[in-house]
Design a protein around this ligand. Sequence first.
Ligand code: ZN
Length: 72
Amino acid sequence: MAEFTVQLKAVLKENLYCRECGEWVYTPEMNGTCKNEQGQEVECIGEGCVKKDAKGEFMECPGCSSRYYIND
Ligand SMILES: [Zn+2]
């Protein structure tokens, strides 16, 4: 299982394919909206697509379980 870091802005705009196995991990079509610290509505990764562990928030490849940690 590999671990990568991806930029939030890139994930919100482009399909994310697994760098290990090529499986499709996330598409911007699943984006949702959430409120930021200033109370403004902003685009964010769809609910339920993000998991959390001690290192932070990540998306998991459905093919090989590689983790893509989200860096904003
Ligand atoms: Zn994979």
